[in-house]
Design a protein around this ligand. Structure first.
Ligand code: SIN
Length: 533
């Protein structure tokens, strides 16, 4: 085939390209394929290099007894610090049981109790035991296995470089793989690239969580919101000086009775929140950060010694502890907060539609309004399943025409700093507790990024981290209050006048700007956007 785009070594055609092979991506790809769409999924890593693979605790889904949609919605909204879009929460929570039934039909096996019914645990912010799990603490791995077994075509080792658009919307995706630069001609791209944990030195996310989808969407003209709300998981296994992915100790461990203590043996959360160690995640992480600052220390302890059959209930965590020379049945486990989840992301409706015709996003990369300022535990796999499915259906229903034109397939030139530099800046100045001086220092340090050619996977990841860090810091500077996961030491109170999302976009010159507030009250876009699809 003669390439129609200058400078590319290969070309392909698809009716939908899904970027990312985790829960949202594979669910979307399957939903669209089942409806007859020619779908190609591209993924940077291998089949299990996804954040989904590492998800432990489970999936929050309304239990058949003693629970209700109203209760799950109320818990989600309470955790979300006043920024959840309630119709969105209702829509996604309501769809949970059907999404689990579909996954079970596909072969996913969830843990059962002695009575044979699906076992449910509790995590922070939940008023009841509604979290279903698999393999004890290997829920994500089971979801990944079941979706992977569906046998969808995935191009592994392929990095999305740039979304190609014309004035009518998406026309293709520039991709880098072992063959070199290629173009996939397509009228629809669905971003399911996961999160941005690699903005920070320590994260529960895999090394590929470099905010790629945020950058791809911004450069394609979509908007992002709520980026300042990075959720730091309170109990990540601590090791002095370590950088990169760290083992998570699931909140379900506290759900089963473990408690948090400081080096003096004192509780961290007593008197802080009525739910104590099972308070929403932002509350617990903040309480730990404040205690550590007070004591001048770098970790606290999780006491899980009273949990019976720990190794059987939490095999993945046990393996991580053993590797670190710890025995959860006998030792206190050193833990500290680490970057875990992006509550914000690419602005979409509950069908994954963005403001750019033909561009969809689902899963952690997207901001539907479900999480608000702080995600409720185990609502992420739920959202990936529900919105992934809906986005796949939307892409199939709104099937665009392929427009194969002479394309500008040049690799982008973008501001970029190295990953280590971005991590240093963000870890120093934009961690759990922030202030104006630190954020100004971060802004200054990130602004010196030079424009550079992005020709390799590393370049593309670094540029994505750089633009996302700049956007996050811009939003964090703008939000002069404390709310959800965004804590400002200099303004500790929430300001009712700031109870709306901060939405950002990139202009044609690559300049970030704050856009008018996103209409939180609507769970589908206004007519100006729905009309575009
Ligand atoms: C955990 O198991 O604590 C994490 C689950 C989640 O991120 O919701």
């Amino acid at each position: 085939m003669t390439p129609s785009a200058v400078g590319v070594s290969w070309e392909a055609h698809a009716e939908l390209v899904v970027v990312g092979g985790g829960v949202a991506g594979l669910t979307a790809a399957r939903a669209a394929s089942l409806r007859g769409l020619r779908v190609l999924t591209v993924s940077k890593g291998g089949p299990t290099d996804t954040a989904t693979q590492y998800a432990q605790g489970g999936i929050a889904v309304v239990a058949p007894d003693g629970d209700s949609v109203t209760s799950h919605v109320a818990d989600t909204v309470a955790a979300g610090g006043g920024l959840c879009d309630e119709p969105v929460v209702h829509s996604i929570v309501t769809a949970g049981p059907a999404a689990i039934a579909a996954l079970t039909d596909l072969g996913a096996v969830f843990d059962r109790g002695r009575d044979g019914t699906v076992a449910r645990t509790r995590e922070g912010g939940h008023s009841t035991r509604r979290i279903i799990h698999a393999g004890g603490d290997a829920t994500g791995a089971e979801v990944q296995r079941a979706l992977g077994a569906a046998g969808l075509p995935v191009l592994f080792g392929a990095t999305a470089v740039r979304i190609l658009t014309d004035r009518r919307g998406v026309t293709g995706l520039l991709v880098l793989d072992g063959r070199g630069l290629g173009v996939i001609h397509t009228p629809a791209v669905l971003l399911a690239t996961g999160g941005l944990g690699q903005l920070y030195a320590c994260s529960t996310n895999p090394s590929g969580a470099t905010a790629d989808g945020i950058a791809l969407a911004l450069h394609a003209g979509a908007t992002v919101a709520d980026l300042e709300f990075v959720q730091f998981h309170p109990t990540v296994l601590f090791a002095s000086g370590s950088v990169g992915r760290r083992p998570l100790i699931s909140e379900a461990v506290r759900g089963e009775g473990a408690t948090l203590r400081d080096s003096r043996g004192e509780s961290i959360t007593e008197g802080v929140h009525p739910l104590g160690d099972l308070a929403p995640r932002d509350v617990v992480s903040r309480a730990i950060a404040e205690r550590l600052a007070l004591l001048g220390e770098d970790h606290v302890y999780l006491d899980a010694r009273r949990i019976e059959n720990f190794a059987e209930r939490f095999p993945t965590i046990t393996a991580s502890c053993v590797e670190a020379g710890l025995d959860p049945a006998a030792d206190l486990l050193p833990v500290a907060p680490a970057a875990h989840y992006a509550c914000g992301g690419v602005v979409t409706d509950v069908h994954g539609r963005t403001a750019v015709p033909g561009l969809y996003a689902a899963g952690e990369v997207a901001r539907t309004g479900l999480h608000g300022a702080n995600r409720l535990a185990s609502n992420s796999l739920l959202e990936g399943l529900v919105v992934g499915e809906r986005a796949g259906i939307a892409a199939a229903t709104e099937r665009g025409a392929l427009r194969v034109e002479a394309l500008d397939a040049a690799v982008p030139v973008r501001p970029r700093l190295g990953r280590a530099t971005v991590q240093q800046v963000m870890t120093r100045h934009a961690l759990v507790v922030r202030d104006a001086d630190g954020l100004a220092a971060a802004d200054a340090a990130l602004s010196v990024a030079d424009m550079q050619l992005c020709a390799t996977e590393t370049d593309i990841e670094d540029a994505a981290l750089t633009v996302t860090a700049r956007a996050l810091v811009t939003a964090a500077q703008r939000r002069t209050e404390s709310r959800g996961c965004h804590t400002r030491r200099d303004v500790p109170e929430s300001d009712p006048a700031q109870a709306s999302s901060i939405t950002l976009g990139l202009d044609g010159d690559g300049v970030l700007s704050v856009l008018p507030p996103h209409p939180l009250a609507s769970h589908t876009f206004g007519p100006q956007l729905t009309g575009a699809h």
